[in-house]
Ligand binder design. Structure first.
Ligand code: IYR
Length: 231
């Protein structure tokens, strides 16, 4: 297709902004430095109540918003909850679901796979941590005239954005926990989000408690030789 016909249809290009080019040695150094930084990320379940500035959360959500997405539709919405009453409602609803889950709904295999993590239906961190970031995936779009439009690769797009959010929060110096009560439709009502958005997960963020622990099991990561092949 000719450039002229593409541009008639709305395509326009700009020169690549922020071009970067490091030497090989510097690239290795940067990659390894970032690996070392990310090796200090641990999922944490014990948080301090200490407040965290809203701007930290805003900047991290802006980072998540830089993620690639299907047709650049950016099919995500982040609800940052700092209000203690809202956090309490989320905790109560989540624990109600978790009690049913741990009482048997999960099934034997799932419960036995969770044993090394030591988790149960009690989720005090949903109230203790200063921020809960509820991530919603936009299943389809609704424009100003209520016209419905498609989104693409929604799970992939929101997953990448959530990964970038976790990474940004970690680099800012915060501990996080990915939390997925099952089912979690109750989050639409509490967060006031529309029907076309599906709760994806809750990201709990704050400072780790002084006596926070992590399950030994969670620290065993597969080596490079197991997770990658080079052809
Ligand atoms: N949602 C439950 C159960 C749970 C499931 C998985 I998979 C985990 O990796 C951890 C927990 C809970 O939060 O306890």
């Amino acid at each position: 297709m000719s450039d002229a016909s593409l541009s008639e249809r709305g395509y326009e290009a700009v020169p690549l902004p922020d071009r970067r080019r490091f030497g090989d040695a510097e690239m290795v150094e940067r990659a390894e430095r970032f690996l070392a930084e990310m090796k200090t990320r641990h999922s944490v379940r014990d948080f301090q109540a200490a407040p965290v500035p809203r701007r930290v959360i805003e900047a991290c959500i802006e980072t998540a918003g830089r993620a690639p997405s299907g047709a650049n539709h950016q099919p995500w919405h982040f609800v940052a909850v700092g209000d203690p009453d809202v956090k309490q409602r989320i905790r109560e609803a989540a624990e109600a679901e978790e009690r049913a889950f741990y009482a048997g709904k999960a099934g034997e295999d799932w419960l036995s796979d969770l044993t090394p993590l030591g988790t149960d239906a009690e989720k005090p961190f949903l109230e203790t941590a200063p921020w809960l970031i509820v991530v919603f995936a936009e299943r389809y779009r609704v424009d100003a005239d209520r016209k419905i439009g498609k989104n693409y690769y929604i799970g992939e797009s929101v997953g990448i954005a959530t990964g970038m959010l976790i990474t940004a929060l970690h680099c800012a110096g915060l501990a996080t926990l990915t939390h997925t009560p099952n089912p979690m439709r109750f989050l639409n009502e509490i967060c006031g989000r529309p029907e076309n958005e599906k709760p994806y997960m809750i990201l709990v963020a704050g400072h780790a408690a002084e006596d926070a622990t992590v399950p030994r099991h969670a620290k065993v990561k597969k080596p490079l030789s197991e997770i990658a092949s080079f052809l």
